[in-house]
Design a protein around this ligand. Structure first.
Ligand code: AMP
Length: 301
């Protein structure tokens, strides 16, 4: 089953206490699709500028990511984000966000992307997420992410997008900020009242939680100690989650979501073991399955 993702396609500059990189392939849709393509054909939608070349396309295509809907904006510059991590790598500051080609982007999906059965609206302006949602009418399962920037500067547009998805995937602090509610469960229920059937709260090194109207499920993260750089861990989690869902026929029930969270968790654990998504470039599916099996021995899903 096919999976379409819209989100940022970026160059990232990152600083950690032990090293830095000034030009990494990044962006929410890139991290997502590199993970999701392990499970299902994944089509990536978004614009890039003249600085995005064969080297970057090759990374995506080598993983089987379908890039026909990457739009090259002549004379434009690719989205740029810079961040600095603290000694406690769960904390980071955004230093710079340049939307560049995203400023005037109007997504026009090809028929193949529009017909996807599973759709993920990765972190980008909520208006763009909504435009893509409207074009993908056949999707049987739609989920989305966002971040504090859009909660701050595009709150109403974000609420409107949330009304049109099945599942909201957000960091727990962002979920609390979005709903102005300090208790996670109450915050999730306020989000469910907007329309989604499920809310997944990402909790960094502590794992993730699934909240539905009639249940709760918590999963710890995979206990890797080899943490190099965590940019994109949340998007990679979403990529594993949605990729697994796209690979399964039938209804997306709570049991499927719980197992999908385990795949997301395993993918995210590899992401933090290298800069950007580099650790996933040559990753084998069997390595992901082994971590899922280990998670399964230690949790109930
Ligand atoms: P994560 O670490 O999962 O929060 O994802 C970080 C990725 O999100 C980086 O690769 C950035 O390029 C991208 N990113 C950062 N800020 C934004 C933003 N405002 N909109 C879209 N993507 C962003």
């Amino acid at each position: 089953m096919t999976l379409t993702v819209v989100g940022s396609i970026a160059f990232d500059a990152v600083e950690t206490p032990s090293g830095s990189r000034d030009r990494l392939l990044g962006g929410s849709a890139v991290h997502f699709s590199i993970a999701a393509s392990q499970f299902a054909p994944t089509r990536i939608v978004g614009p890039v500028g003249d600085d995005f070349g064969e080297e970057e396309y090759a990374i995506l295509r080598r993983r089987g990511v379908l890039t026909d809907d990457v739009e090259h904006v002549a004379g434009g510059k690719t989205f740029f984000w810079a961040g600095r991590y603290h000694r406690d790598i769960n904390h980071r500051d955004t230093i710079q966000t340049d939307l560049n080609v995203f400023e005037d982007f109007r997504p026009k999906l090809s028929p193949a992307s529009r017909d996807a059965e599973v759709l993920f609206l990765a972190n980008i302006q909520p208006e763009l997420q909504r435009e893509v949602r409207e074009q993908c009418r056949a999707a049987r399962f739609v989920a989305m992410d966002s971040m504090n920037l859009w909660i701050d500067i595009a709150h109403e547009a974000l609420l409107e997008t949330i009304r049109h998805v099945d599942c909201l995937v957000l960091n727990d602090s962002e979920l609390k900020q979005l709903t102005d509610e300090p208790n996670l469960i109450r915050a999730a229920h306020k989000a469910l009242d907007l329309g989604p059937h499920a809310v997944i709260a990402k909790q960094g090194e502590y794992g993730s939680a699934l909240i539905t109207r009639d249940g709760f499920f918590g999963l710890s993260s995979y206990p890797t100690t080899n943490i190099v750089e965590p940019t994109g861990a949340g998007d990679t989690f979403a990529g594993g989650l949605m990729g697994y869902i796209a690979s399964r026929p039938g209804d997306v029930d709570a049991a499927t979501l719980r197992r999908a969270m385990a795949y997301g968790t395993a993918c995210a654990s590899f992401n933090v073991e290298g800069f950007g998504s580099e650790r996933l470039y040559d990753l084998e599916r069997s390595e992901i399955d082994a971590r899922v099996a280990e998670l399964e021995r230690n949790s109930c899903f």
